[in-house]
Design a protein around this ligand. Structure first.
Ligand SMILES: CC(C)(COP(=O)(O)OP(=O)(O)OC[C@H]1O[C@@H](n2cnc3c(N)ncnc32)[C@H](O)[C@@H]1OP(=O)(O)O)[C@@H](O)C(=O)NCCC(=O)NCCS
Length: 437
């Protein structure tokens, strides 16, 4: 049996060290013993953007980016999307196993009874400008819930955690729908407990003067599938934000707000909105080759393409393409689909994209489908945040209950000035700005 260890020769001191390996990793702290002398702090790793650093041991989501595999708690995403509802999957992600029928019934009832917002939170939303971005409204309102539920700060109490998890999953669609209605100037629609999770969301979004809203079952199922596909994605930027903020024992509303903020960026959850803008800029199928030339010349990125982890077709993109076809049967085909298909066709054959293993990601087709369903691009990232809340909370719960975790606090390699004395104002001269300024 080969030994599970690395032998390291430190050429600086001619010392050798044996570093154990576990699960294909070494412990960064094991390097600290490698010193050049008593004054030396010890060896650290330098890994900007966490390109090769595992920050936790997790049993929630498995991704094999080279093979294009995504599983929640061991179940392939394809089977979950086909056979389960979003709330079943949220239960799985949070508690580790698929619910039995009675467990699901209780879980759905509990989530359903936490969908209402406190009236003061509704008023808080009214304070936003008419053209406020829905993601800004969502992030701020989720943070504001921390003031409505002050007991949420007792994060080490499992009963409190369980309650806040249900509140967040229940209230997220309500806040999301209210941000949408706010931007249109429509009155808010209260949750309706007769509906499923996605149907209720549609009701709060689109109900007008009719006494009872009738959600289209194909659209409701498509939305539910999209929620399943977006429920978790292991240690991405927003999950990392959730864990980093949660590690200070901030309450889950504030940690979730931090995760929402991370999600809003165009390199993360903001990408599907960017895809739509990009398709608008391209305008028609015949303009695709010229656009691709500019991408290859490095002028801009092809939005909805590429992924830090997937170096193969994103399995979620395949399912979304299928769900989008179902939606188009109801809504009619989105004209932008032709441009998207042409972009994909060229990219999958082009050496630039093939060599860099750039494939469509989850955001490439979701925006086109959302638009066909009647959503404005500004709300796309909010649609991502609703289901991802289940994943963030599972990651947070795992963090809080992991005895190995502490407050997240990376090290740095200091490259600034050495010690120097403050020069009196009258003697200061203009110097070239620091490159980081
Ligand atoms: C997702 C993303 C941030 C991953 O970034 P990353 O892992 O840091 O990958 P890199 O930026 O190192 O990319 C590697 C190479 O591919 C190129 N590349 C990556 N994504 C590209 C894209 N969408 N279009 C064109 N080129 C791209 C990079 O320019 C780089 O080329 P180089 O080696 O010649 O410098 C990146 O692919 C991207 O910005 N995609 C567009 C935004 C998007 O769709 N985000 C949603 C993610 S779900």
């Amino acid at each position: 049996m080969p030994k599970e260890a690395l032998s390291i020769l430190d050429q600086r001191t001619h010392s050798t060290y044996e570093i154990p390996t576990h699960d294909g990793t070494i412990r960064a702290m094991d390097l600290r013993q490698m010193k050049t002398g008593p004054e030396d702090f010890g060896l650290m790793t330098y890994d900007p953007a966490f390109m090769n650093t595992a920050s936790c041991r997790s049993s929630i989501t498995f991704i094999d980016g080279d093979k294009g595999i995504l599983r929640y708690r061991g179940y392939p995403i394809e089977q979950l999307a086909e056979k389960c509802t979003f709330l079943e999957v949220a239960y799985l992600i949070l508690f580790g196993e698929l619910p039995t029928a009675p467990q699901l019934k209780e879980w759905v009832a509990e989530i359903t009874h936490h969908t209402m917002l406190h009236e003061t939170t509704k008023k808080f939303l009214e304070g936003f400008r008419y053209d406020a971005h829905p993601m800004g409204m969502l992030t701020s309102t989720v943070a504001a819930l921390s003031t409505v539920y002050p007991e949420a700060r007792h994060v080490l109490d499992p009963t409190v955690r369980a309650l806040e998890i249900k509140r967040l999953i229940g209230k997220m669609p309500t806040i999301a729908a209210y941000t949408y209605r706010h931007s249109l100037g429509y009155p808010y629609v209260y949750p309706d407990n007769d509906f499923s999770y996605s149907e209720n969301f549609m009701n709060m979004l689109w109900k007008m003067a009719e006494p009872k809203y009738q959600p289209n079952p194909i659209m409701a199922r498509a939305l539910d599938i999209l929620f399943i596909l977006h429920a978790d994605h292991e240690q991405n930027c927003s999950a990392n934000a959730m864990r980093a903020v949660g590690s200070s024992q901030a309450d889950p509303f504030l940690s979730t707000a931090a995760a929402c903020a991370a999600l809003s960026g165009p390199l993360h959850g903001g990408a599907n909105e960017e895809v739509l803008k990009m398709l608008d800029v391209i305008g028609s199928k015949d303009k695709v080759p010229a656009y691709m030339d500019k991408v290859k010349a490095g002028e801009f990125k092809l939005m909805g393409f590429g992924h830090r982890i997937y170096k193969n077709y994103d399995p979620r993109a395949r399912i979304i393409k299928w769900a989008a076809d179902k939606v188009f049967e109801v809504t009619g085909r989105n004209a932008k689909l032709d441009i998207a298909l042409e972009l994909e066709r060229i990219a999958l054959e082009d050496d630039y994209f093939v060599k860099r293993k750039l494939y469509p990601n989850v955001d490439f087709y979701s925006g086109i489908m959302y638009q066909a369903m009647g959503f404005k691009p500004e709300i796309f990232t909010v649609l991502f945040a609703i289901p991802r809340t289940a994943g963030w909370l599972a990651q947070w719960q795992e963090l809080i209950t992991d005895p190995e975790q502490k407050i997240a606090r990376p090290r740095q390699v200091y490259i600034g000035e050495g010690a120097r004395d403050v020069v009196p104002m009258e003697n200061r001269v203009v110097v070239a700005p620091h490159p980081a300024a």
